[in-house]
Design a protein around this ligand. Structure first.
Ligand SMILES: Nc1ncnc2c1ncn2[C@@H]1O[C@H](COP(=O)(O)OP(=O)(O)OP(=O)(O)O)[C@@H](O)[C@H]1O
Ligand SMILES: [Mg+2]
Length: 250
């Protein structure tokens, strides 16, 4: 069953066409990695799925119970905002319905604490978010997205600017969540995501490829990134790792 069906989708920002005639199906339980160069339209696609942007053409069919668990792109998040970890996570339960002096129910606080515990961040509960490391903050944002008990999670570069260990930790966590959730993740860490994802989508205004990552070849990648990329095989079982060159990495 497809949980998401994108049909003939195009999005323009004024004269700029960000997405051009995208067709994409996401199956229930799929772990999809979305790759592509800066400005390729990855965040735009996610925002259309979230209903934050109306497409100029085409449509998106959502075949699951909303809300979506959304982890926004790190750089778009104001981490200096004076708010505690617990409050950031609790705000995830509001689904946009922010009321002045909203009082959180006890069971919501309990739920937030359980999620924090499962992600190993309970000790940071009362800290200001400005006092967290990048990896800790990403976990807080994932915890926040989990408050709505989503069937589908959408994460926009959850491992950007994290070190190798933290990246692996976040992807291990996502793999665990993938046991009962469909996951869409935008990433530039092609080397890392390859061992976790089921399928990969290459986006650069057009959708150049969506399918099994092992069948993704260099020609497609060169077309997407507009420059040579490297494919290397390593590890005990032969599997391919995709490597983009440094200026494309974040
Ligand atoms: N609100 C906006 N108004 C005008 N143009 C926009 C807007 N948001 C994005 N764009 C443009 O649309 C294109 C796609 O942007 P988008 O943010 O979707 O790319 P991206 O693949 O997420 O890039 P990155 O890897 O840098 O996050 C870019 O050319 C960008 O400049
Ligand atoms: Mg983006």
């Amino acid at each position: 069953m497809n949980v998401i069906e994108v049909k003939d989708l195009s999005v323009d920002y004024g004269p700029v066409r960000a997405l051009d005639n995208i067709n994409l199906q996401v199956e229930k339980g799929e772990f999809l990695g979305i790759i592509g160069p800066n400005g390729g339209g990855k965040t735009t696609l996610l925002k259309v799925l979230l209903g934050l942007i109306k497409p100029n053409h085409g449509e998106v069919e959502i075949n699951f119970k909303k809300p979506i668990g959304y982890v926004p792109q790190f750089s778009h998040f104001d981490r200096e905002f004076p708010i505690s970890v617990l409050d950031v996570i609790l705000l995830g339960a509001l689904e946009g319905k922010i009321k002045i002096l909203h009082k959180f129910k006890k069971d919501q606080v309990k739920k937030a604490e359980e999620i924090m515990k499962s992600l190993g961040i309970l000790e940071f509960k009362d800290r200001q978010i400005s006092q967290l490391s990048g990896g800790q903050l990403q976990k807080v944002l994932i915890a926040r997205a989990l408050m709505v008990e989503p069937e589908v999670m959408i994460l926009d570069e959850p491992t950007a600017s994290l070190d190798a260990n933290s990246k692996t930790e976040i992807y291990n966590l996502l793999k665990l969540l993938n046991k009962d959730k469909t996951i869409l993740v935008v990433s530039h860490d092609m080397g890392v995501i390859n061992s976790y994802i089921d399928t990969v989508a290459c986006l650069n205004r057009n959708l150049h490829y969506h399918g099994d990552d092992t069948k993704l070849d260099q020609n497609v990648l060169e077309k997407v990134y507009g420059c040579p990329v490297e494919l290397v095989a390593h590890g005990p079982t032969p599997h391919r790792v995709l490597k983009i060159h440094e200026e494309d990495e974040k």
